[in-house]
Design a protein around this ligand. Structure first.
Ligand code: WTA
Length: 652
C-alpha cells in the first residue's frame, strides 16, 4: 500500500495551499483560534486525569461515581473505574431531563422517499419498548445481539436498546454475505439476530432475511430472530425462532429503566479486517467510549443546537456507531439519516436531501465525493446548498483536487472541511482540524485532538524527523480506545502493542510537516481500503482459494478513481480453463463468501504467483503490475524470474 500510495504522497508534499477558517465561522465557534486549540491541547497533555475527570462528571450521568480516572497496568487500561453509567441513558434520558424531549432526534428518509421523524421523547419510548422485547427473549447483560439491518430508525433503536440493558451489539453491515455473518455470529456466540425483510438499494429490494436464513443455519448459538418489516417482501418465518418486530413491539411496555453498567463494561463489538484472514471483533467500553464519541463530536463539528447534522455512513461501520448514533445523540443533536444510494433516483439525491432538510453539517467519505465529481456539477448546481456551514470527510485520505471540489462546489468556499483521521479501534476521531481554529491544508488531517499523543517512529522505533515518513503510534491512552479483541486478547496485544512497546500501533504510515501537520500515508500492513472500507488481502485470498478450481491466489490493492483502491487478484488455477466464465464464477464465489464489497475488479490468471525464495508473495511487485506500473522494484529475492516475465506478458 505504501508503494501504491507513493504517487499520492509526492503530490501531497507539493501541496502548499492553506485555508484559514472563514471569520464568519470562527466568530461563532466554541474553539475559535489556533491559540485556543493549543491552550486546550496543552492543558489536557499536562494533566489528562484532571481534565477527563471534570469532563466525565459534566458530560455523563453517573448512577455511581467513579473512584479513579485512569489506571494503567501495562497495556491494560481502565477509565473511570468503579463508576456506573449507561450510554443509552446518556443519549436519551439525560437530554429529556435537560428539557429537550420535544427536540427532533432523527429525521429519516427512506430511499423511496418515505419519511419519519422522531423526537427524543419518541425515540426513548421506542428504545424502551424494544429493550423490553429483547428482555422478553431472555437477553441479559453481557449477551451478544447480532444486528443486520437497513439504515432505518429501527437500526439505531436496536443499538440503543441493547446498550440500555447491557447487551452487547455486533452490527454487521447489510452488504455482507451469509458466510460472513455466520463467522461473526459464531465468533461472538450471538444469542439473538435482528434483521429486516429487506432494504431498498437503487430501487431494488435486497432480501436481507433470505441471507439471514442461510446464516442462521450455520449460527447455532442464535436462538431468536426479530424481523423488521421494511419492504413488504415475502419471507419465510421459522416457527419458534422468528418474530416480526412490529408484533413483538406492540406487546411491549414503554417503560424500561436503563441498567447501571460498569464503566468498563463492553458496550459493543464491531468486526473489522486486520492483516490476517480472520476478522477481529473490536471491543469497546461504556464510559470511555461514550465520553470520547460525545466530546469529539462537539469539538470536530463545532456542534450547535440549531444544526441539522448528516453523517452519510451506514451503522454497519464504526463511523455509523460513533457519528450517526452515539456522538450526536449524546450531544442532543438533530440528525438526518438516509437509507439508500446517493444516485437514486438520480445523481442529485444527496444535494436534494441537503436542500430539503437544510442540512448544516455534512460528514461523508472521499469515495462518495469522487463519485459526485465524476457525475458532474450539473447535479449539484440545481440545488441551494446555502444551509451548509461545515463539511467533513472520513475513511481514507482525500486527494487535494477532490478536496478543492468539495470546498468550492459543495461548501461554496465558505465551509471549513474537517478531514478526520481515526479507526474502528480508536472509537472516535483522533486527528482533525477544529473547524473554527485550525487552518486546513487539502489532504492533511492537520492536528491531534486534545488528549491524543501521536508519535511517528522508524523501524528501529526512533522518532523520525520532520517530513520523514514512519509508523504512526499513539503514545498515551485515550478514553475511547479499544479494550481488546473479542475472545482473543493475545491477538490484540500482538497486533497493536508489541511492535512499539507501550504504544498503540495504528497500522498507518504518516509524516509530520514543517507546520506540525499530520499527513496519513497509507497502511503498513496488508489491509486494502476499498471505498473507505477495510479488507485484508488475506481474507480475499482465503475466499478465493476456497473455490474448487483455485490453486493459489494473491490479492493486492491498486489505485481506483472512485473507490480509492480496487482489489486485483492473481490466480493460479488447478486444472481448469482460464476463461471469462471462470472469472464470473470466481466473482460470484467471493460475493457469497464475503459480500459484494470484496468482489475484485481485476482477476488475472497466471501460471504462478511470484514469491520470494522464502515463499512470501511479492506483493509490492504485484501492486506495480496491477497498477499498470513497470515493476521496477527489487526482484533479487524473486524465486523464479520467468514468473514475472509471464505476468507482464499476461497484461498485454
Ligand atoms: C484509513 C474508519 C487517511 C486509515 C473511521 C485508517 C484514513 C483506516 C482517514 C481505518 C483519513 C481513515 N485520512 N486515512 N481521514 N480516515 N483512514 O477502521 O488507513 O474503517 O487506519 O475506520 O482508514 O478504517 P476504519
Amino acid at each position: 500500500m505504501s508503494d501504491s500510495n507513493s504517487g499520492q504522497i509526492d503530490n501531497v508534499m507539493r501541496e502548499d495551499r492553506i485555508f484559514p477558517p472563514h471569520s464568519s465561522f470562527s466568530e461563532r465557534a466554541v474553539i475559535d483560534s489556533m491559540e485556543e486549540y493549543q491552550r486546550l491541547y496543552d492543558r489536557v497533555k499536562s494533566d489528562p486525569e484532571a481534565y477527563w475527570e471534570a469532563e466525565a462528571k459534566s458530560e455523563l450521568h453517573w448512577f455511581e461515581p467513579f473512584d479513579s480516572v485512569l489506571k494503567k497496568d501495562g497495556i491494560n487500561v481502565e477509565w473511570f473505574g468503579g463508576g456506573k453509567t449507561n450510554i443509552c441513558y446518556n443519549c436519551l434520558d439525560r437530554n429529556i431531563d435537560a428539557g429537550h424531549a420535544d427536540r427532533t432526534a432523527i429525521i429519516w428518509e427512506g430511499e423511496p422517499g418515505d419519511t419519519r421523524t422522531l423526537t427524543y421523547r419518541e425515540l426513548h419510548a421506542e428504545v424502551c419498548r424494544f429493550a423490553n422485547v429483547l428482555k422478553g427473549l431472555g437477553v441479559e447483560p453481557g449477551d451478544v445481539v447480532s444486528i443486520y439491518m437497513p439504515m432505518t430508525p429501527e437500526l439505531a433503536i436496536a443499538m440503543l436498546a441493547c446498550v440500555r440493558i447491557g447487551a452487547i451489539h455486533s452490527v454487521i453491515f447489510a452488504g455482507f454475505s451469509a458466510e460472513a455473518i455466520a463467522d461473526r455470529n459464531n465468533d461472538a456466540s450471538a444469542k439473538v439476530q435482528l434483521t429486516a425483510d429487506g432494504l431498498w438499494r437503487r430501487g431494488k429490494v435486497i432480501p436481507l432475511k433470505e441471507t439471514i436464513d442461510i446464516a442462521l443455519e450455520k449460527s447455532p448459538t442464535v436462538k431468536h430472530c426479530v424481523v423488521l418489516k421494511r419492504v413488504n417482501n415475502d419471507c419465510k418465518m421459522v416457527e419458534g425462532r422468528d418474530r416480526w418486530w412490529h408484533e413483538a413491539a406492540a406487546d411491549a411496555s414503554e417503560n424500561c429503566d436503563a441498567t447501571p453498567l460498569d464503566s468498563e463494561a463492553t458496550s459493543f463489538i464491531l468486526y473489522t479486517s486486520g492483516s490476517t484472514g480472520k476478522p477481529k471483533g473490536i471491543r469497546h467500553t461504556t464510559a470511555g467510549y461514550n465520553l470520547w464519541a460525545k466530546k469529539t463530536f462537539q469539538w470536530v463539528f463545532d456542534w450547535r443546537p440549531d444544526d441539522i447534522y448528516w453523517c452519510t455512513a451506514d451503522c454497519g461501520w464504526i463511523t455509523g456507531h460513533s457519528y450517526v448514533v452515539y456522538g450526536p445523540l449524546a450531544a442532543g443533536a438533530t440528525m438526518l439519516m438516509y437509507e439508500g444510494a446517493p444516485n437514486f433516483p438520480a445523481e442529485n439525491r444527496f444535494w436534494d436531501l441537503v436542500e430539503k432538510y437544510k442540512v448544516s453539517i455534512l460528514y461523508t467519505a472521499p469515495t462518495a465525493i469522487r463519485a459526485f465529481v465524476k457525475w458532474g456539477d450539473e447535479h449539484v448546481d440545481k440545488h441551494d446548498l446555502s444551509s451548509l456551514r461545515l463539511l467533513g470527510t472520513v475513511g481514507e485520505g482525500i486527494n487535494p483536487d477532490t478536496w478543492m471540489w468539495y470546498h468550492e462546489k459543495i461548501g461554496g468556499g465558505r465551509c471549513p472541511i474537517v478531514d478526520t483521521w481515526w479507526q474502528t479501534e480508536t472509537g472516535g476521531i483522533m486527528m482533525s482540524p477544529l473547524p473554527g481554529a485550525i487552518p486546513t491544508k487539502p489532504g492533511s488531517c492537520t492536528k491531534p485532538l486534545p488528549g491524543v499523543m501521536p508519535v511517528i517512529v522508524d523501524e528501529s522505533l526512533q522518532p523520525v524527523g520532520v517530513n520523514q515518513g514512519g509508523m504512526l503510534c499513539i503514545a498515551e491512552p485515550w478514553p475511547g480506545m479499544l479494550r481488546g479483541i473479542w475472545g482473543d486478547d493475545d491477538r490484540c496485544k500482538e497486533q497493536y502493542w508489541s511492535t512499539c512497546p507501550g504504544k498503540y500501533l495504528t497500522g498507518d504510515n504518516a509524516r509530520l510537516d514543517d507546520d506540525g501537520y499530520y499527513w496519513i500515508m497509507g497502511r503498513i500492513d496488508d489491509v486494502i481500503n476499498v471505498s473507505g472500507h477495510r479488507l485484508s488481502t488475506i481474507e480475499v485470498e482465503s475466499a478465493m482459494v476456497s473455490h474448487e478450481n483455485v490453486a493459489e491466489c494473491a490479492a493486492v490493492g491498486r489505485p481506483h478513481d472512485i473507490k480509492g483502491q480496487a482489489i486485483a487478484v492473481f490466480i493460479t488455477l488447478k486444472d481448469a480453463e482460464a476463461s471469462e466464465a471462470m472469472r464470473d464464477a470466481l466473482r460470484l464465489h467471493v460475493r457469497k463468501e464475503i459480500g459484494a464489497l470484496a468482489v475484485p475488479d481485476d482477476i488475472r490468471f497466471c501460471e504462478a504467483v511470484p514469491k520470494t525464495r522464502s515463499g512470501k508473495i511479492m506483493r509490492r511487485l504485484l501492486r506495480d503490475i496491477a497498477a499498470g506500473r513497470e515493476a521496477a522494484g527489487d526482484t533479487s529475492t524473486l524465486e523464479d524470474f520467468s514468473v514475472l516475465a509471464k505476468l507482464r506478458g499476461d497484461e498485454e
